[in-house]
Design a binder for this molecule. Sequence first.
Ligand code: ATP
Length: 518
Amino acid sequence: MAQEDLFKKLVSHCKEYGYVFQSSEIYDGLSAVYDYAQYGVELKNNIKKYWWDSMVLLHENIVGLDSAIFMHPSVWKASGHVDAFSDPLVDNKDSKKRYRADVLIEDRMAKFEAKIDKEVTKAKKRFGDSFDEAQFRETNQRVLDNQAKLDELNNRFVKALNDNDLNELKQIILDYEVACPVSGTRNWTDVRQFNLMFSTEMGSTAEGASKVYLRPETAQGIFVNYLNVQKTGRMKLPFGIAQIGKAFRNEIVARQFIFRMREFEQMEMQFFVRPGDEMKWFVHWKAFRMNWHQSLGFGAENYRFHDHDKLAHYANAATDVEYKFPFGFKEVEGIHSRTDFDLKQHQEHSGRKIQYFDPELNESYVPYVVETSIGVDRMFLQVISSSYCEEEIEKNDGSKDSRVVLKLPAFLAPVKLAVFPLVKKDGLPDIARGIIDELKFDFYCQYDEKDSIGKRYRRHDAIGTPFCVTVDHQSVEDGTVTIRHRDSMEQERVKIEDLKNIIGEKVSMKDILKGLTK
Ligand code: ATP
């Protein structure tokens, strides 16, 4: 299936099966804002739990926090967001569409990459097993030409970003003949900076009101609480503070469904370390976070690191964890070595001493920070994209059928168990209800008695329920039921009293968390 088609299907599947709805849909929606529906909210909560437990429960030196969205306006002045949290925007004069200049250039670079990949794929087919990809990339003229063009463009781009040279960004767009995808023309305005923070007023009277911002990242709530947590938790360096919460950015171009939203959720952990130790911890967290992603079983080849050429004003090292979405490799998580920038800035602007007394060195200093920052919504999209499958299947009578199935890792699935009485009589519904009454304290179960068993299976395949249990007449006689496994579609007969153990073991997060500690 073409990747574009797959993405369209994912979006409509999310709507049709109660995962994600457009916000305010009855009023034709609000751009780049989405609501999580009955199954979406369960999956989202499970993703958050996986992150929280892996960071807070598995690390005795990481504690949680839930800071407010509104913060003192000086926080954003100190952090640099008021002056520098902006993206370069450019408009096409014909289509009147607005774009991020850096994204237009990145897309142009991706075209060179695609050309290289095409050559490699062609050669792979031609040479079969004897194909030496590394050698091919080093010697094939067409690959080398495209790589040289890509490097040249990348160098110009990085320099323009580092110099904050907006004229040069426009010149690159013109030189590389980047056209508007809508109008097809190259009739561009100048490139301008656009601040991404939303602001509002706090206070009841116009005179007494002050401008406050909706936080564009959760990290600052952690920095301004560093002293409180360190003191009250008697934390010793190195230690971390983890937080999950909403963030808001007035994104210039917000497309691609929940990938880029104006209101989204972040899971961030700021790890405070001794100055000089930050690179060691940066390497440590890179490895830990990549392992966290890959433990979901979506294929190691679908992840890569992308080191930043242009570092943010606060960082001395930064990398992204990228996942291969249907629209290409894109950032899911950022890992940044933020130096002592934030704490120092808050120390200066607040006039409060924000330091750590290191008993081993017998000296006080401002700690350095390594941050891991992941978007819940992008993670959600990663999970849904990798789990969505269309399959041809054979029916009992040998005829062909098809099914759409979400092969979600069982511990993330919204509904863990669906229970079906074969018919709505003969006491079967009572037994089915009895099973749910017993198991609902351990996991989310649903009862379903409408339509044929086959149709009920399809409904639960589509929402990703890993186990379906059918109660039939034999159940009345011997207390057994059939349990059907979503991915293999295999069925087995088991005792009702064994269900809790069989399912409990498969949907538990314990094994995956244990794997992260090895
Ligand atoms: P991008 O380059 O895609 O705009 P970013 O580098 O600005 O992202 P960070 O500031 O590092 O992103 O934020 C950390 C994480 O928060 C990102 O890796 C992403 O998962 C998530 N995130 C950032 N902006 C958005 C958004 N507009 N919608 C959804 N998630 C977002």
